[in-house]
Design a protein around this ligand. Structure first.
Ligand code: AMP
Ligand code: ZN
Length: 493
């Protein structure tokens, strides 16, 4: 009997049995990047953590709708209610349109996550694509008297909300209001708020603010937390199963999201399970765009950086990240990456060897017990480091069977082959990079042989064969180009 999936819920601070609201459907919303600069390895870690969760839920046969947004407006400097919009600022510095900044870094984000072999979400909505819905939600909150207008901006009234909703604001992050108020600096414009703990739902745009929209309160732009409340409820419903993001988003971002959703839709918890991924550190300090303590994925893959001794491949980095539990911090260092590289190579070698093993009449190893241990690890709040330890137990079994020290019957061998590869490739989302390079070389060799055969056919004036080779390759999107130096080919998709 396999045990059931348990997840650690930040809201209750407990591991809970995962019971979706409408099984077999699961709605999962994860806060996406603010696309004003290259995605760094810390951001990548959070998205890899949720990729594992997405993959495992699908492996358990849940029908998952995974929504991950792109923040392309409304996120102000220092995550505050004052200051310049992060995207507008970058656009001003680079002398580009804000939407050029958004496009550039959205493409970079997708490219990096593809290198890490992350699956794309089912819906990737943008803040700027949902301004009308954000204005409607602000209107709904105003109508309930849980927000107020001040000088063309709309603020959420935290005190009024707490009176009506059993002091709910602060529950997710465990902060109390007095502490919040005493820690809030007296920033410019703070005077517009009735209470320093209040936060912006809609901000009036100053004349120089470029990203602005018409609203019932004049030209402005949405507060940062609005987009996630709107897009999660629009695509997943007023109540949904999982909301994720990095730990640093618990407060104020997720706390404000809960308050906005409850103010709009009523007392029921909008999200059943809040999941938070922990931070990647570099030299013991949080990796962060704002402090400059960052390493970009491409700097790691190319080796062009002053922090590590040499380059590491995307799969080695992914494997390195999965060796820590998603709720633990993880420090990036040369020695840890070198060790991960060795471990990853062993795992890949075993994944090739396992298919070559021959069955015997009897099994000397309990494969069912091994499979159950792997599932127990993943069912225990997606414990990838424990799963990886079990995968290395399987590497030992595979090597022992190969050396005739252990044996597996046909059925056990088939189970080991299928589960070992399924855990590595489908659930952990790793891939064999050497195999891909090998495949590229093979493809090159096969096409060049066909080009040579076509050349010989032409010399014999066998035009029919020469054309056949060209036409058949074109059907596979392989386009041949005859030049003075010879024939070249490209793959055109
Ligand atoms: P941002 O683009 O700053 O909005 O961040 C995108 C995601 O990356 C959020 O879920 C953050 O919590 C997460 N994040 C930011 N820094 C780190 C870090 N050093 N380690 C892990 N996740 C991070
Ligand atoms: Zn968000």
């Amino acid at each position: 009997m396999k045990d059931s999936l348990k997840v650690y819920n930040t809201l209750t601070r407990k591991k809970e049995i995962f019971e979706p609201l409408h099984a077999p459907f699961v709605g999962m919303y994860v806060c996406g990047p603010t696309v004003y600069s290259e995605v760094h390895l810390g951001n990548s870690r959070t998205f890899i953590s949720f990729d594992i969760i997405y993959r495992y839920l699908m492996h358990l046969k849940y029908k998952v709708r995974y929504v991950r947004n792109i923040t392309d407006a409304g996120h102000l400097e220092n995550d505050a209610d004052q200051g310049e919009d992060k995207i507008s600022k970058k656009a001003r510095l680079d002398e580009l349109e804000p939407m050029e900044i958004v496009q550039k870094y959205t493409l970079d984000f997708h490219h990096v996550l593809q290198l890490f072999n992350n699956l794309p979400p089912n819906i990737e909505p943008t803040a700027t694509g949902h301004i009308i819905e954000q204005i409607s939600m602000v209107e709904a909150i105003l109508k309930k008297n849980l927000a107020y207008e001040s000088n063309g901006s709309i603020y959420f009234d935290v005190d009024a909300f707490n009176q009506e909703f059993d002091n709910d604001y602060g529950k997710l992050s465990g902060r109390n209001i007095e502490e919040l108020i005493s820690n809030t600096r007296d920033l410019d414009g703070q005077g517009e708020k009735r209470n320093p703990a209040d936060f912006a739902l809609w901000k009036k745009a100053s004349p120089e603010h470029i990203m602005r929209w018409k609203s019932p309160w004049g030209d402005g732009f949405p507060g940062w937390h609005m987009e996630c409340s709107v897009m999660s409820s629009k695509y997943l419903g007023k109540q949904f199963d999982i909301h994720g993001g990095g730990m640093d988003l618990k407060f104020p971002h997720h706390e404000c999201e809960i308050a906005q959703n409850k103010a709009t839709y009523g007392k029921k918890d909008p999200v059943k399970y809040w999941l938070h991924a922990n931070m990647l550190t570099l030299n013991g300090q949080k990796m962060s765009k704002s402090t400059g303590n960052t390493l970009l994925p491409n700097e790691l893959f190319s080796g062009e950086n002053d922090k590590l001794s040499r380059a590491f491949s995307p799969m080695v980095v992914r494997f390195f990240m999965l060796q820590a539990h998603y709720r633990s911090t993880l420090d990036l260092s040369d020695s840890a990456l070198l060790a991960a590289e060795k471990g990853f190579a062993k795992l890949m070698a075993a994944s090739e060897l396992v298919d070559k093993l021959k069955p015997k009449s009897e099994s000397s190893v309990d494969i069912e017990a091994w499979i159950n241990k792997c599932y127990s690890a993943m069912n225990d709040d997606f414990n990838t480091p424990i799963l990886i330890a079990h995968l290395f137990d399987a590497v030992k079994i595979i090597n022992s069977v190969q050396a005739n020290l252990e044996s597996l019957n046909t059925s056990d061998l088939e189970k080991l082959q299928s589960k070992f590869k399924s855990f590595i490739f489908d659930i952990l989302g790793l891939k064999n990079e050497e195999q891909k390079e090998g495949n590229d070389a093979l493809l090159n060799g096969v096409i060049n042989t066909l080009i040579e055969l076509r050349q010989q056919a032409k010399l014999k004036k066998d035009w029919a064969s020469a054309d056949l080779i060209r036409i058949e390759l074109a059907k596979l999107h392989v386009v041949l180009k005859d030049t003075k130096e010879g024939t070249t080919w490209t793959l055109e998709k």
